[in-house]
Write a protein that binds this ligand. Structure first.
Ligand code: OGA
Ligand code: NI
Length: 359
């Protein structure tokens, strides 16, 4: 994605280092990280009965006996929530374990060593932050490492950690597992709402299936209730697969019907969410879920979001198969423009998406 490198975030402090100072010496958290909305919104705990996000079982989707019913469940999860937990997902345990342990090792390196992967001025990729566009904007309590993973020819190894030595291999192996799984899910999602299974997959296949990986590092914060790890946003692409380091530290929250719900990830589940491109392609049948991440007072949290993008030259608009019998609900736009605008602004919940809605 050569074009994407022409924009980037303003540089900000390293939060892992800042947290070490604040938490160790009882220093105040800088004003720029304190935000009122962090503590004022009502949160529905993930363990409240009936409020948990849907759980989808890939084994059931692959079994002809249960396929029909599980597909309908998947379709309605994507329609009502835009997010679900996928169990029996088929990605070998070893693959996710190796990836997470290599990532954890990277964040344990001294700051100077991690900085070898730092973003360059105007780059999207690398170690740093994203979506900081003004000097007075509130900041997220996190550091991130963003890498363009597919197509493989687009990899820019200046930003890829060389320590641990197995990092590249681990990302590579997980990348193909994630891409395979995404294609499967796109078929079942289409089928779940009565659309020809190949319809969605076709938009994401070919041209090396663009994939980007964002690793989020959320340090603990003594003022956890007054900071946010990741501002409310939707993901711009198709499907996002999210892994988190260990399930005793939760942080993801999703918005539904105006309320925030905490996501309690099951052991061994992959969290899957719908992004903007799928909402638009499906004419609003699937929902690009607004989500954010909160911070733990004394434990770090690491998550890995694998984003699946359509090909760059896509004219993004509702697919005829999804419009049938309904009116067109979104304006069409060049995907490239849409993506560039997303990257050039601060995170804004669903606003950028709603601007494309007709009426
Ligand atoms: C993301 C994201 C959530 C999390 O990286 O886009 O939504 O829990 N991450 O880290
Ligand atoms: Ni996200």
């Amino acid at each position: 994605m050569a074009e994407a490198r022409t924009i980037g975030s303003l540089p900000v402090a390293n939060v892992q280092a800042l947290a070490a100072t604040c938490n160790g010496l009882d220093e105040q958290v800088p004003e720029r990280y304190l935000r009122t909305e962090a503590s004022s919104d009502e949160i529905i705990a993930g363990d409240d009965s009936g409020s948990a996000i849907p759980i989808i079982d890939l084994d059931k989707l692959l079994d002809p006996q249960s396929l029909e019913a599980e597909c309908v469940k998947l379709g309605s999860a994507c329609q009502n929530w835009g997010i679900f937990q996928l169990v029996n997902h088929g990605v070998p345990d070893e693959v996710t374990r190796n990836l997470m342990s290599d990532i954890a090792e990277f964040f344990k390196l001294p700051l100077e060593a991690k900085k070898e992967c730092s973003q360059q001025p105007g780059s999207l990729e690398g170690y740093g932050q994203a979506f900081v566009v003004s000097e007075d904007q509130k900041l997220d309590w996190a550091d991130m490492l963003y890498l363009q993973v597919q197509p493989s020819a687009s990899r820019d190894f200046r930003f890829w950690p060389t320590h641990p030595a197995s990092f590249r291999h681990s990302v590579n192996v997980y990348s193909s597992e994630a891409a395979k799984l995404t294609c499967r899910l796109l078929e079942f999602m289409a089928k779940g709402v009565g659309v020809e299974p190949a319809t969605l997959r076709g938009v994401f296949e070919g041209q090396g299936q663009p994939q980007g990986m964002r690793v989020n590092y959320y340090p603990p914060c003594q003022d956890a209730d007054r900071v946010l790890g990741l501002s409310p946003h939707t993901d711009p692409g198709g499907l996002t697969l999210l892994l988190q380091m260990n399930n005793d530290v939760q942080g993801l929250q999703v918005k539904k019907d105006g309320k925030w719900f905490a996501v309690v990830a099951l052991d061994d589940a992959i969290i899957v969410n719908v992004g903007d491109v799928l909402e638009i392609l499906s004419n609003g049948k699937f929902r690009s879920v607004e989500h954010r991440a909160v911070i733990h007072p004394n434990k770090e949290r690491i998550s890995v979001a694998m984003f699946h993008y359509p090909c760059q030259n896509l004219m993004l608009g509702p697919l005829p198969e999804f419009v049938k019998g309904d009116k067109m609900r979104y304006r069409s736009t060049s995907y490239q423009d849409f993506f560039m605008q997303y990257l050039a602004a601060k995170l804004d919940g669903r606003d950028h998406l709603e601007r494309l809605m007709l009426e």
